[in-house]
Design a protein around this ligand. Structure first.
Ligand code: PFF
Length: 521
């Protein structure tokens, strides 16, 4: 437990910008458009909206409520619910640790591609350039043959900036950074979308994305995709929102904030869909091929398809600058949020001050990140660990968490009461139904569905040996680490402000700003 009174957001807007900054990430830009396109186009918006209302927002509200009520990071907050529940908290911390190590490297690539856009340095074959000249990816996944300077240095720069921002604290670091980054991101992205819409073939791209295929609604996999997108995109299940909400004041409006953050995230997602598909429409029309031949997602979209398009348009460098800068900013604010989960959890557990915690814990993540992901095998590690940690880490931790809170501890009504004390939109029975029934059913179904595909064919065409070593072991390892850390006896080391029974609803602790003086956050 920390000796200091807990940090607080400077304003409600500051918290919202940070929460939105975490939610808007690579998932919005390179995942949503492709998911929508593959799963019924315009018709996908219906399951997507239902997923948002029945699971995404209820879970987001749950995370905000737990964070604000107990005012601690996930392990310590869940421990207040029930001692063994801290395992889920440490499990989420381990997941965040893993994701942070590879998420950062994508930002490093993005930074290099801002530079490559000038003069279209990827030449005629962006794919060959990406894996060859730039990443120098080894042919055999699994063996590190050397390090790539062109990735190492920008990655080091990413880590130095992240650690600096975190060391400056919640209000002066994270909040300020998001207040600057998020409006800039929206501005850059709007210019990009306007430019994309003026390209030849843009309308065909939008047609391809939005033309509804209503028959898709009858397919289970479309619904799984919609819920999967919502969970990832809203950053629920990582413990991020519990951590961010732990810096809220006691009068903060929880449900209203969740609605604002949720709808802002989805609006950006739809904007990204428009920008990406207008651009792909142009790509298809200039190559004279149908859209489905150019539709891409993830790394292939950002680092192969977009460079190809940039090379074929006038003043492509400008488009490249806008696109890669947006990608880097969107990812950066998500990376900050995920590292903060690990730093805050260690701080709350050990009583360490912020700067040593950032240097020690953040420094360790940075080191692992540099060692693994600036190597010539980085791209293979990234691909496998990303897939497994998402499918069997985040979603599984979220599933166990809702089951424990809703069914084992039966704590939803108390949490509902807590949220309703200060929230403009009151939670009714629907919240209990969504979290107690719909969310666990959907998450459970998603798990079964993913496992079925996993055993049908090897992910990404990798060998079973590689997937066991760098996929399964990462996902299962995160849980094992979570359990092991929970076993360390918990002696409260610091002078944490004593909390009244039932969480943080009582009077302000000594040294804390009384709520009456701080209504904003
Ligand atoms: N909501 C984020 C996204 O859409 O990219 C999910 C996320 C991923 C958050 C990785 C944080 C992170 F480090």
């Amino acid at each position: 437990m920390s000796q200091q009174p807990r940090e607080r957001w400077g304003s409600r807007a500051g918290f919202l910008f940070a929460a939105i900054g975490s939610a808007i990430g690579l998932g919005n830009i390179w995942r949503f458009p492709a998911e929508a396109y593959k799963n019924g186009g315009g018709a996908f918006l219906l399951p997507y909206l239902i997923a948002l209302l029945t699971a995404g927002l209820p879970l987001l509200i749950l995370e905000y409520t737990v964070g604000r009520k107990y005012r601690q990071s996930p392990p310590a907050a869940y421990r207040e619910l029930a001692k063994p529940a801290q395992v889920i908290g440490w499990w989420q911390v381990a997941i965040c640790f893993v994701i942070a190590t590879y998420y950062a490297v994508i930002l490093a690539w993005g930074i290099r591609y801002i530079g490559f856009s000038f003069g279209e340095q990827w030449g005629d074959d962006p794919e060959k350039f990406l894996f060859g000249e730039f990443l120098q990816a080894s042919e055999t996944p699994g063996d590190i043959g050397g390090y790539v300077g062109g990735v190492f240095w920008p990655l080091l720069a990413v880590w130095l900036v992240v650690l600096l921002i975190l060391a400056m604290g919640v209000r002066r670091g994270i909040e300020k950074a998001n207040i600057i980054f998020i409006p800039s991101l929206v501005l850059f992205f709007l210019i990009l979308v306007i430019r994309a819409l003026t390209l030849d073939g843009a309308a065909d791209g939008l047609d391809a994305l939005f033309t509804p295929d209503w028959s898709a609604l009858g397919e289970g996999s479309v619904w799984v995709a919609a819920y999967g997108q919502i969970f990832f995109s809203l950053s629920v299940g990582f413990g991020i929102m519990v951590t961010y909400a732990s810096y809220l004041g006691r009068r903060a409006d929880l449900t209203g904030s969740a609605l604002v953050a949720g709808f802002a995230n989805s609006s950006f997602e739809i904007l990204a869909g428009i920008g990406v598909f207008a651009t792909l429409g142009f790509m298809a029309s200039s190559a004279g091929v149908p859209i489905d031949e150019v539709a891409a997602e993830g790394l292939g979209l950002a680092f192969v398809a977009f460079p190809t398009v940039i090379s074929s348009m006038p003043a492509g460098w400008f488009f490249g600058l806008l696109f890669f800068t947006s990608l880097v900013i969107a990812g950066f604010t998500s990376l900050i949020s995920i590292v903060q989960v690990v730093v805050a959890s260690v701080q709350d557990r050990t009583g360490m001050a912020r700067v040593p915690a950032v240097l020690g814990v953040g420094g360790l993540i940075a080191l692992v990140s540099l060692l693994l992901f600036s190597s010539d095998n980085g791209v293979h590690f990234l691909d496998a660990s990303d897939h497994f940690i998402n499918q069997y880490g985040i979603a599984m931790a979220a599933l166990v968490f809702v089951i424990i809170v809703a069914w084992w501890l039966r704590r939803l009504p108390t949490l509902q009461e807590h949220a309703n004390l200060t929230s403009a939109v009151r939670l009714g029975k629907w919240w209990l139904v969504c979290l107690g029934i719909i969310t666990p059913l959907v998450l459970g179904w998603m798990m079964v569905d993913s496992l079925r595909t996993e055993f049908d064919e090897n992910y990404g065409g990798y060998t079973t040996d590689f997937l066991v070593k760098y996929g399964w072991s990462v996902a299962i390892g995160a849980l094992a680490v979570g359990i092991l850390i929970s076993l360390i006896p918990w002696r409260r080391t610091g002078g944490a402000p004593p909390r009244p029974p039932g969480g943080g609803d009582g009077p302000a602790a000594p040294g804390e700003t009384p709520d009456s003086e701080r209504r904003s956050a």
